[in-house]
Ligand binder design. Sequence first.
Ligand code: NAX
Length: 327
Amino acid sequence: MKKPIRVAVTGAAGQIGYALLFRIASGAMFGADQPVILQLLEVPVEKALKALEGVAMELDDCAFPLLHGIVQTSKPEEAFGDANWSLLVGAKPRGPGMERADLLKDNGKIFIEQGRVIDRVAASDARVAVVGNPANTNAMIAASQAKRLPADRFTAMVRLDQNRATTQLAKKANVLVSNVSDVFIFGNHSPTMFSAFHLAKINGKPVPQVIGHLEWLKSEMQETVGKRGAAIIAARGMSSAASAANALVDHVRDLMTPGMIHSVAVKSHGDYGFDPDVWAGLPVKTTAPGAYEVIKNLPIDDFAREKIAITNKELVDERNTVKDMLK
Ligand code: NAX
């Protein structure tokens, strides 16, 4: 029997948490032979902690053989203590009339603190995946506090966007999603993201060749993927939860599986025209469990360059909004 992995999850009593924890405990994230200990963090508010207690009771009631322990806490030190993976899902939602800059700053405070604590108390192989929005900038903020852990341990999730784009392409071409590959999301997890259709393949052939309809690929498909979150809120009355949890399972599992090629928001080192200090969605290849490299020198045409410049500008603007917090 392998040694259990300690997985910290913030916002564990929220809607993504409710769709996520059962998948982790069942083995979907780390494998069918990998025990886990869930270290669940919520805000120190009676209602949230009571809800967390209910979720923990349900986890108990599943009798998952791989679930070797559950920690419920409102203390970050306890949640992140010796954690091998920290999944930062909890964040403050944007309230009515709230400016984006205020949301950035409010959430910035959370990720400054969590970045600091993770750096101090998490395991030496600690890895972090940020889901709470604005996810890219929150990952950058958390990483800015780390003295011990290298910046590449901090990633943010653009996998939901990759999965959304994959399905849109499969539907348009009338093929199975398993026939679609090399779908890469460049930039921010926001409507400015670029789904790089020119690099994607269907049965190994370039998407523009198989689908044609260049206008659809350049406009409608980009819009559908970029604004999918809002479309789900309009239809369901609540934001995406199960698909977001599923994407996080994919994000972490593929980062733990050497050879996987996928989209991850990571620290830019200037590739593809991104500012070197932002966290941008980029194509990566997992090289060893938890380690990856950015796939370089993929062809970028004028349209892609233009789209990347727009999403890069948004990331730089977000960084500028919180820059005083980073010192
Ligand atoms: P919920 O509001 O249902 O749950 C969030 C939970 O986080 C709440 O229970 C809250 O008490 C907790 N929380 C807040 N601050 C915390 C802190 N400092 N420490 C610990 N827990 C804290 O939101 P949910 O639908 O679960 O979404 C969570 C986050 O994911 C939001 O920021 C949302 O915008 C973001 N999303 C990101 C996506 C992505 O692809 N990157 C997609 C889905 C989702 O919208």
